[in-house]
Design a protein. Sequence first.
Lengths: 315, 315
Amino acid sequence: MPFPADATVSEVGEFPLIEGLREVFAQGEQVLVGPGDDAAVLRIRNGHVVVSTDLLVEGRHFRREWASAADIGHRAAAANLSDVNAMGGRAHSLTIAMAAPRDLAAQWALDLARGFAEECGLVGASVVGGDLTSADQLMIAVTVLGACLQSPVLRSGAEPGDVLALCGRQGWAAGGLAVLGRGFRSPRVLVEAYRRPEPPYDAGRIAAEAGATSMIDISDGLLAEARHLAEESGVAVDVRRDAFEIPEPLQAVAAATGADPLSFILGGGDDHALLATFPTPGVPDGWSVIGSVAAGSGVTVDGGEYDGPTGWTHF
Amino acid sequence: MPFPADATVSEVGEFPLIEGLREVFAQGEQVLVGPGDDAAVLRIRNGHVVVSTDLLVEGRHFRREWASAADIGHRAAAANLSDVNAMGGRAHSLTIAMAAPRDLAAQWALDLARGFAEECGLVGASVVGGDLTSADQLMIAVTVLGACLQSPVLRSGAEPGDVLALCGRQGWAAGGLAVLGRGFRSPRVLVEAYRRPEPPYDAGRIAAEAGATSMIDISDGLLAEARHLAEESGVAVDVRRDAFEIPEPLQAVAAATGADPLSFILGGGDDHALLATFPTPGVPDGWSVIGSVAAGSGVTVDGGEYDGPTGWTHF
């Protein structure tokens, strides 16, 4: 149901808007009771549920001038689907709550919902509930539910002697963000990588089946997430610079901005690549060895301290 | 772990704050993987999960000057636990995400978490995950997971001939809100009812076992929620004025403000009382008949239109 192009959420009103949003969200076969009651009810087949939640704030996690509503929907879904991916599982159901300024275009909210639903559709997950309220600042709260086919892969299982491996594009979104932050729109492939990350949604399950000892999704920066793995596992992690080929568009942005091109890869988040450790040098297809695990603590690059940006903090 | 009394969340920093929050949240026996990984993992015993989400915004759903951090934690939890109650179920797990201004006192965040955990403890539920980020406006996003022992009770099952029944204090929180909105602090019992609602957490399950045909939690106003029941069930609902005894403190506030005392009961939310329909005049203990269900549509009071406030809208 399209709304008049210039109608705001407060002009359309809460219930017509919810009605319009509900039509966007197709329900999967796990849904016994979908949106519209006090709660949704989901069939859970294998005795457990994986659950994670994220809160995205305008100006902090996204900007309406840097991405379309549909893009922001894709990104919000990707960030959450990726958390289940990082456990070695797959998402089946999500809730989305939005706090919106009263003058937000109703069509913007619908477009966000469409992008969100599209991204969820990539893994066969459906949006089973939500909430809508007004606020001065636009915020999107997402909770994802999923399941693993085998034991979940935690952050805490890395062992000395393991290899550290990466799956997925890494640094592209950070390159795109650097471009947008300077008021540019190209290289387009980086801007698009920021607007619509392409997390490797099968990689988590494949890593789990291949015996990954620990795993994490890179949302706050590769080295920052490697540090979480190292801390939770009680090990030291070393990342090798020469493990990375710098893709041409990142080289171009680095040259234009005077940045170290590797800083996008080592410090960037938002691509939702996966980082995992494996007990043997043989990592599954699609994964690349980028470092090693040893006894000790902390994260090094080529055996030494890294003095570039390592990631994102929330305060 | 107490923080220095005047330290802000940004001074304490994200990770120490998360560490402090994590200590507040005891984990239940359903928790296979608790907070701190990419996602939590929960054991699900009976093949389904009930899920609901709520987003609470400062200035809209709560005010720091009207309630303590712990109170706001209690209220945020109650609003969500009550959604599972209204399905005839019981919550077992929740996630909580907070967007906080950088100058928020870290102790305030801890106190909110404590109040939230305490309320969850009333039904044996635990906080299994969360998120923390900065924002200009304080917001709290909650998702609750729970289970029913029998089929969930929906909004859509009311039948002509059913009785409409209520369980729990109703109108007290609205009375408290009216008092606070005028800058007063008494009658204290109403202000406390607003600050710490006492939802009847066993009533949903009892109603389900007694054969309730439909049920809803009253968060946006009794008549507004009765309208949802009527619409979803395709029936008409009539509420009887003489079914309500006006409690003395509500009479006092009504007298002081010139309001119709019944308007707090018919229009008020936030107590999280339950409204349900039953197929016979015999309703379970703790429930009171307040009206009836007939063929048709819409909600009436004593057979006629009601011209007072019927509830709360979000835009």
